[in-house]
Structure formats: C-alpha cells, structure tokens
Design a protein around this ligand. Structure first.
Ligand SMILES: CC(=O)N[C@H]1[C@@H](OP(=O)(O)OP(=O)(O)OC[C@H]2O[C@@H](n3ccc(=O)[nH]c3=O)[C@H](O)[C@@H]2O)O[C@H](CO)[C@@H](O)[C@@H]1O[C@H](C)C(=O)N[C@@H](C)C(=O)N[C@H](CCC(=O)O)C(=O)O
Ligand SMILES: Nc1ncnc2c1ncn2[C@@H]1O[C@H](COP(=O)(O)OP(=O)(O)OP(=O)(O)O)[C@@H](O)[C@H]1O
Length: 546
C-alpha cells in the first residue's frame, strides 16, 4: 500500500441507525434532510470515506470538513455529523441525514466507538506518552507481548499493524475515526494486545477518546511542541491527562526526571514508578546495567521482591529506560513475572529492531541510523555509542531548513563534543538554502565555520582532535563517512531515522538513510581494505548544492 490515504479498516461491521446515535449523544438532526440512515463505520476525511460511513465534518485550521461532505457522500457515506457552521456549508442540496453537534471533534472518539461497538474493550491496551522514547518503547512492548504468545497490534510514528496487516503511519496517533476503525479491524484480525504511542497532539485533539488504556506509560518530558501547546505547563497538563480514569486504568511513570516525579504525583489513577538511577527510590528499579551484545543487560526489581534480568539489543542508557518501561508496563498489566522471564529468555531479551531508532546496520564498522534530530537527542545518541566504540566515533547529520534555526549551532557544538569525526550535511532543507543551513550548523563547531579543519574538544576523558567536514548531498556524506571508517569505528547517521522522503524546495525526493548506508557498505566491501583500516574517501569535501 502506498497512498497516504490507505487505512486499515474493518471488512464488516454491524449497522447502527443514526436516529439512535442522535438520541445517545443528544444531537440535532438538521431539517430538510432525511431523518435516519444506517451507518457501519466512520471517517473524518472524505478521501478515506467508504460506502456506509458516517462522515464527520470537522472545522480545522486549514479547512472545514463540510467542504468535502458532498464528495464523501459521493463515495458512499450515508450520513454526516458536523457543527452548525458545517450544516450551513452543506446547505440543503442533498437528502443525506446531517447531525449537528456543538463540538463534533470533542465527541468524535465516543461516537466512532459507539458506531463500531467499542472495539478497544476487546483488547489489552498499552499506551505510551512522553517527549522521547514512545516509538522505541512501543516496539519493545509489542515484541514482549508477542513473545508472551499474544497476537499483537501496533500504532505509532513509523507504522501501523493489525496482525499481519501493515501500513506506514501518517500521524503518530491517528485521528479518532481512523483509530476506532483500526481497532475494529484488529478485533476482526483476532488481535489481542495493542501497543500504541499517544502523542500530546492526540490527547489535546480528543483522538484517543473512546479508549481507556489498560496500562499507560510515561517516558520523559523535555521541551518540544511548544508552538502547539503554548508553554511547558500546558504541555505537561496535556500529557498528564493520560493518567486520569477517563483515559487509563493504571500507569507506569518513569521518574528519572523531575517532570516524571511530578507526573506520578499528578496521576489520578494508580501508578507504579520506575527509575534507572542508582540512588533513587521507586516501585520498579533498574540495576546492574552491563554491556550485552549491541546493547545492555539489566535487572528490573519491584519493591515487593519480584525481579528479572534481561537485555535490550538497542545501545544506550535511555534504551534501558525504554526497555524497562515496556517490561514494567506488561507486568503492571497483570502478566506473571515467571511467564515474562521465560518469554524474554526465549525471545533473546528485548531484541526488537526499531526502524530508524538506534538501528544497527553493520558491526565492522558499526553503522547506526537514529532519529536524533535535536541537540539533546544528538548528544545522548553519541554518548550512548561512545562506551562501545573502540575506534573513532563519526556522526553524519544536518539541521532542518525553515524550522527552529536557533538550534543549528548548538547541534554543531554537540556533534563536536560527542564525536571524533563530524560530517555536516543536509536534513530536510524545505524551502531554505541548504548551504546556509549547513553554514549555521558549522558555525557551532568551533572551526570558524570552515569545513575540512580539525578542532580540539575536551571531555571527561581528556582532549580529542575532532575532524569537521561538510559534505552534501546527504547520500554523499553517508558514503564518505562509511568509506572513511575503520573496522573499529562507529558511524552514527542521525536525524532522519525511518524517513524516506527528503523535501527540497517543495519537491519530495526519495531518501532513506538506511538504503544509502547499505549501498555505501556494499561499495566499501567491493574496495580492497588496506589492513582493515580506513579508506581514502573519494567524496570527502565534495560539497554540492542539494
Ligand atoms: C495541529 C494538528 O495536529 N492538526 C491536524 C488536524 O488539522 P486541522 O484540524 O487543522 O484540520 P484541517 O487540515 O484544517 O482539515 C479540517 C478537516 O477537514 C478534513 N479534510 C481536509 C482536507 C481534505 O481534502 N479533506 C478533508 O476531509 C480533515 O481530515 C479535517 O477533519 O487534523 C488533520 C486531519 O487529520 C491533521 O492532518 C492535522 O495534522 C497536522 C498536519 C500535523 O502535522 N499534526 C502533527 C503536528 C501531529 O499531530 N503530530 C503528532 C506527533 C507529535 C510528536 O510527538 O512528534 C501526531 O500524533 O502525529
Ligand atoms: N528514553 C529516551 N530518552 C531520551 N531520548 C530518547 C529516549 N528514547 C529515544 N530517544 C532519542 O529520541 C529519538 C526518538 O526516539 P523515539 O522515536 O523512540 O521517540 P518518540 O517519542 O517516538 O519520538 P518521535 O515522536 O519524534 O518519533 C531516538 O532516535 C533517540 O535519539
């Protein structure tokens, strides 16, 4: 499936009458239209409407859904739910029933759940929120639930899965109508568990109304999305809403940061706390973290004495936190610790690959693709890879054009602080001149903005000489870094993770860091190695306009 309008929907559902819906939700039926019709599913975008749908026409920032009602009806929608303005826009041209609500977005989740027979009630649901780590934790949850023998569903930034059906995701958390339709499809697919990312946008926009999660999980909170939420307090309050009885029955809150502690205090449902910090008290604690394969082994212990030891294949301390949160959520969901231990042993620990999240593509040199696209994430990703890098640590990254220009020099500085070789390249330039974006990143590297130079960087382990290069387009930078790496080196390709489209001046170009890295590894393998050491990189310093 390739269209952005592909959705996983149920094949067959029970018809409901809109007259009953009007009574259940106190809705007005617009005069001049038919008073009743049968509906079998719900859509809030005309481009996904199907025969038998209730089309919910929402007012938005860019359009009013009612503008598309005629098209939705043309595609077979049998009734429309909208607000008074929407009813006016629709007029009386058609006889299709039009139901009116004061705020249709606020009831959409419940309405869709009603039409589809509350599909969430038939699943064991796990919802993860927080600024970072939602995707990773959700994949680890899904991995563990499957290891326990459950047929699993997954919803998040990268992809949406119902049993064996998979589609790429459009939003991290789908719109309410799409979500309920997806849950109904999961019911049809005999899916029993759901691991799902819950974004703050989704909480604010009622997208998860109609779902009461069995267990909600919190990773962490750092500055993000303030353009949408206004300030940090509102951002926190929106996330905290997940830990109320309307949204979840119980929770697990990581209290490694102060926001987590506050979240645990603010929770209006029973929550278990979790920490990975050595001198902190919590219900679940992580201890004895040790390197294991590409990642870490760790022990998770409850204050009641229950304990298990397992591992994650993902590098970095924060991935121990993500993995521990996934395990604690499953245990708080009622699974027996002996079953979980056995399942983890059989599954080789939390070994799920998360697309574009610390995804290890090769081991000599180690090549890792990660989604880190801001200063803090870049710094954490480099710090995560440093302890297991015996050679040099190289990083390939850029900053996004047309967005948050202030972070560019800080990203440059973070790269020099954390790596030995820095390749500044392009991310998504959008409509901005990519060379200008690179120059602003380079300005933070301490090279005086001049690529092809070395700078001295100091950290706890002493001072290092750091090479700083500028290579574009991005595919060339990935290739340059991988060809130049020694067998013991690590190359981190940061910023785009699983993304496959790079937008340059309004044109979408296919670009997948993992595809480029694999091509570079193949090219490298085709070139005879000089004592297994670094290659002369033919692309290096060849800077072209993207
Ligand atoms: C701020 C925000 O989240 N806005 C979302 C919202 O937009 P909106 O209410 O302004 O809607 P609109 O585009 O004006 O359209 C109004 C209505 O007409 C419908 N419509 C519109 C056009 C059309 O041709 N046909 C049609 O039926 C739309 O489906 C909508 O119901 O509803 C739209 C329809 O679903 C979303 O596409 C849009 O997401 C925007 C594009 C977006 O980028 N959202 C991001 C910020 C987001 O939600 N991100 C979070 C993750 C954040 C993170 O943690 O990183 C997420 O959960 O994905
Ligand atoms: N627990 C964590 N703490 C801090 N940083 C993390 C954590 N987990 C992952 N990261 C970093 O954040 C990036 C995004 O991780 P992930 O996709 O799992 O989070 P997310 O919350 O789903 O974010 P997004 O919605 O942007 O995808 C990773 O590539 C990694 O660099």
């Amino acid at each position: 499936m390739t269209s952005p309008f592909d959705r996983i929907r149920p094949a067959a559902t029970t018809a409901r009458q809109v007259s009953d819906l009007a009574v259940a939700f106190g809705l007005t039926i617009a005069p001049g239209h038919a008073a009743d019709a049968a509906v079998t599913c719900v859509a809030s975008d005309n481009r996904v409407a199907r025969p038998g749908d209730l089309f919910v026409a929402l007012p938005g920032a860019r359009a009013h859904g009612a503008q598309f009602a005629a098209d939705a009806v043309g595609r077979g929608a049998t009734a429309v739910l909208t607000d008074a303005r929407g009813a006016e826009l629709i007029g009386s041209d058609s006889t299709t029933p039009v139901l009116i609500a004061d705020d249709p977005r606020a009831i959409l989740g419940q309405v869709a759940a009603w039409v589809l027979g509350n599909p969430a009630d038939e699943l064991m649901t796990f919802g993860v929120t927080g600024t970072n780590g939602k995707t990773t934790t959700t994949y680890q949850l899904d991995h563990l639930l499957r290891a326990l023998g459950w047929r699993g569903g997954l919803i998040g930034t990268v992809e949406t899965r119902s049993g064996d059906r998979v589609v790429p995701s459009i939003l991290t958390t789908p719109e309410a109508a799409d979500l309920q339709a997806l849950l109904a499809a999961m019911r049809e697919d005999h899916v029993r568990t759901l691991a799902m990312e819950v974004s703050s946008h989704a909480l604010a926009q009622h997208r998860v109304d109609g779902v009461v999660f069995g267990v909600a999980g919190f990773t962490n909170l750092t500055q993000d999305h303030l353009d949408f939420h206004g300030d940090f307090e509102s951002y926190f309050a929106t996330k905290a809403d997940l830990f109320t009885p309307a949204r979840a029955r119980r929770g697990v809150v990581t209290v490694d940061d102060a926001w987590g502690e506050r979240m645990a205090r603010a929770a209006q449902i029973p929550v278990a706390t979790l920490t990975t910090l050595p001198d902190k008290h919590a219900d679940w604690t992580v201890t004895d973290v040790a390197p294991s394969g590409t990642g870490s082994a760790f022990t998770l212990t409850h204050r009641d004495g229950r304990t298990l030891r397992t591992s994650t294949s993902l590098p970095g301390g924060y991935n121990v936190a993500n993995a521990a949160l996934a395990v604690a959520m499953v245990l708080e969901g009622g699974s027996d610790i002996r079953d979980v231990t056995e399942a983890l042993t059989a599954a080789d620990g939390l070994s799920a690959t998360v697309p574009g999240r610390m995804e290890v593509l090769a081991t000599a040199p180690r090549v890792v693709v990660d989604f880190a696209h801001n200063t803090e994430a870049l710094q954490l990703a480099l710090a995560a890879l440093r302890p297991t890098t015996t050679g040099r640590l190289a990083v390939v990254f850029g900053a996004t054009g047309d967005r948050d220009a202030g972070k560019r020099p800080f990203m440059g500085a973070a790269a020099v602080r954390g790596a030995d070789v820095v390749y500044v390249t392009d991310d998504d330039p959008h409509d901005e001149d990519p060379a200008k974006v690179r120059a602003e990143v380079l300005a933070g590297t301490g090279t005086g903005g001049t690529p092809g130079r070395t700078v001295e960087a100091a950290d706890d382990s002493g001072s290092r000489t750091v090479e700083v290069h500028e290579v574009a387009p991005r595919a060339d930078a990935i290739r340059a870094a991988i060809l130049a790496a020694g067998q013991d080196d690590t190359v981190l390709v940061a910023g785009r993770g699983h993304e496959t489209i790079q937008e340059i001046a309004g044109v979408d170009h296919l670009l997948d860091d993992r595809v480029e890295a694999r091509a570079a590894l193949a090219a490298r393998n085709a070139i005879p190695q000089q004592d297994g050491q670094r290659q002369q990189d033919p692309m290096q310093e060849r800077t072209t306009q993207a």
